[in-house]
Design a protein around this ligand. Structure first.
Ligand SMILES: Nc1ncnc2c1ncn2[C@@H]1O[C@H](COP(=O)(O)OP(=O)(O)OP(=O)(O)O)[C@@H](O)[C@H]1O
Ligand SMILES: [Mg+2]
Length: 378
């Protein structure tokens, strides 16, 4: 899979522009607040239909406009395809070769992207919601159906929580439980499978990056699942049955608090260094190395799963890493051969990822212009 061109229309602060990315590194350089992240956000939306950082997709529409559009031409399995997403307030529409895409799977066939942003670097030290979102992005990359599955779960959860808050009769509540448990068990199985395929790779990657004698470990931590069930080996049906039981067992507590306390939305990913929780004990450099290791594992996993490398998006990550970890990352990018879009405020930080075929863009006040090179003189 290769991205051949990328066109932005009425997207955030970006003037209408078409980029022609390199088959390897494309580097956008600009000062703060000029539109660098917006560039990556457009490509991320195109590849995942999900926002990279916006809370609402309508934030992506340029101020004063009625819609925004991003269009990409891709080479997928030897054929050129045009993929586009149009955002209007309250909705978005995807197009493949000019036709509205009906099934999500058809839309996603062959496009995958791994993004790496400064927000990701905070995941180890932050709250469980950040780690869940982080994990979910990885699951979604391997299983496109997960987007719909997790949305459905979210809707069922919202309905149940509303009933809890309204102190609705038990019978109404219990009517939701079967649905919620069925959807919840599906999310558990998806997340568990992803963790199984990633954890060992991430552990090895951490050794390569970390320069740390400590072992890194990631473990999925389901909340309030009760005793006597092995999460690692239970079948989907068993997980569903257990969730139903636990929803019932915690009902009075949940009514009191007005929200549902069991299910994938309440879980966490435990990250450990040696025998200590990384959240409490890892240094900033170690935390970042843990995130980097996870991303490397994800890239390798996707390559194996899809048979090609994902597109990589790196949003000004270099300025957040110490020189050695940045050198590892830039070397990794150059060696991997992946198609990469990097942004930076300082071109000197990313020159190791650049090669003869690198495309350089200068981003200033929403204008994106190609330059022969922005690489600083050695
Ligand atoms: N919907 C929108 N319409 C027009 N402009 C927008 C919209 N959303 C954001 N902007 C503008 O985009 C600019 C920020 O762009 P972006 O976040 O891409 O900057 P950046 O180059 O990544 O900066 P930094 O280096 O600080 O991360 C801001 O000036 C902001 O006001
Ligand atoms: Mg930015």
């Amino acid at each position: 899979m290769k991205l051949l061109s990328l066109t932005y229309q009425r997207f955030r602060n970006l003037d209408a522009v078409t980029l022609e990315p390199s088959a390897h590194a494309t580097i956008a350089v600009g000062e703060n607040g000029q539109g660098k992240t917006n560039l990556l956000e457009g490509l991320y939306l195109l590849a995942t239909l999900k926002p990279l950082r916006a809370n609402k997709l309508s934030e992506l529409i340029r101020f004063g406009e009625a819609s925004a559009k991003v269009t990409g031409r891709f080479l997928i399995a030897g054929a050129e395809r045009e993929i586009a997403v149009e955002v209007i307030p309250g909705g978005r529409t995807a197009f493949v070769d000019g036709k509205r895409a009906q099934a999500l799977d058809a839309y996603f066939g062959g496009v995958s992207v791994v993004a790496f942003t400064p927000d990701d670097l905070a995941v180890v030290k932050g709250g469980p919601d950040g780690r869940r979102a982080f994990l979910d992005r990885s699951v979604f990359n391997v299983v496109p159906a997960y987007l719909d599955e997790s949305r459905e779960y979210g809707r069922a959860l919202k309905s149940r929580n509303k009933l809890l808050k309204d102190r609705a009769p038990m019978s109404h509540l219990q009517a939701w439980d079967a649905t919620l448990a069925k959807l919840g068990a599906r999310l558990w199985v998806r997340r568990r499978a992803l963790m199984e395929s990633l954890v060992e790779r991430a552990r090895v990657a951490f050794q390569r990056i970390g320069r740390s004698p400590l072992e890194a470990q990631w473990r999925y931590q389901p909340s309030h699942l009760g005793e006597g069930l092995s999460f690692a080996t239970a079948s989907e049906a068993e997980l569903c049955e257990r969730m139903l039981l636990r929803l019932d067992a915690r009902l009075s507590r949940d009514v009191e608090r007005g929200f549902t306390s069991v299910g994938p939305h309440a879980d966490d990913v435990e990250i450990a260094l040696g025998d200590k929780p990384a959240r409490a004990y890892a240094s900033q450099g170690q935390s970042r190395a843990l995130v980097l290791a996870w991303k490397v594992a994800e890239i390798e996993n996707l390559q194996q799963h899809n048979g090609f490398l994902p597109l990589l998006l790196l949003d000004d990550v270099s300025s957040e890493l110490d020189p050695e970890r940045n050198a590892f990352l830039m070397g990794y990018l150059a060696d991997s051969g992946a198609q990469t879009l990097l942004t930076t405020t300082d071109a000197a930080l990313v020159t190791r990822a650049a090669g003869a075929d690198t495309r350089w863009y200068r981003v200033h006040a929403g204008k994106v212009e190609a330059r022969a090179s922005l690489s600083p003189a050695p």
